[in-house]
Ligand binder design. Sequence first.
Ligand SMILES: [Zn+2]
Length: 305
Amino acid sequence: MKDLKYYINKALKEHFALGAINFNNMETLQGIVNACKTEQSPAIISVSEGALNYMSDNYAIALANAAKKDFPYLYLHLDHGKSFEVCKHAIDLGFDSVMIDGSSLSFEENVELTKKVCEYAHKYNVLVEGELGQIKGIEDNISAQKNIYTDPNKAKEFVDKTHVDTLAVAIGTSHGAYKYSGKQELRFDILSEIEKQLPNFPLVLHGASTVDEELVDRFNQYGGTLKNAIGIPKNLLKKAVSQHNIIKINTDTDVRLSMTCEVRRVLKEYTNEFDLRKYLGAGKDCICQTIRNKIKDIFLSNNKL
Ligand SMILES: [Zn+2]
């Protein structure tokens, strides 16, 4: 059985990325799995602390195991673990990898916390993602006011001291549906400098939803009020994958948006409909299409099993 490490190395070598896609219930997960199966793409299925609380441990693990049984090229990941205890809990539950997010701490505290998680995780062959710099926006229980770009010189020191397996970098992406108020850009100069300091090291992008105009329009057409929502342009993400060492791209907002805009449409168009399979099913199909597009246009991970 190929493990997550295998696909991270393959992604580095062949310049594709693993989509790290958040799920919160069975339908979101099924939409993701259907997309990966159709495109023959490996992927990471992510659970945030909030999602774990929402589903509860037993349901989250059972759903993830069902997904893996359905398509064995999926890896369960904890998104934004804020403490050693939360990461340990996920490791003990059998997660394949965890993120320890010490990005709001001082550099020294972040190193210390991340190192502690790595020491525990690596005993069980669980991979660890750390984060250096801060990614703007709000997502579940995490929030940051502004972007603090990753310092390339500190990045090497951080990796050397903590032994993280992957590193989330801040180069201008942000969490949520409102990613830019000004120019839509990513700091590829900073990314290149990080890569110079850390050659061939797997890097991660958070806050990388594209927030497609068509989905936002559909959302608003059926009663939503999501104004001026804006994501990261596809071509910038594709460049980060095809020309740089970004091997994991996180996606949460686009999944939520896909589900919710279809639920809105079905309920508005069929006002006497109360079969939840109709509207959740439509949401599931929309998630599948959204992820298929990403696999082909951004992750470049189709046919990479
Ligand atoms: Zn994130």
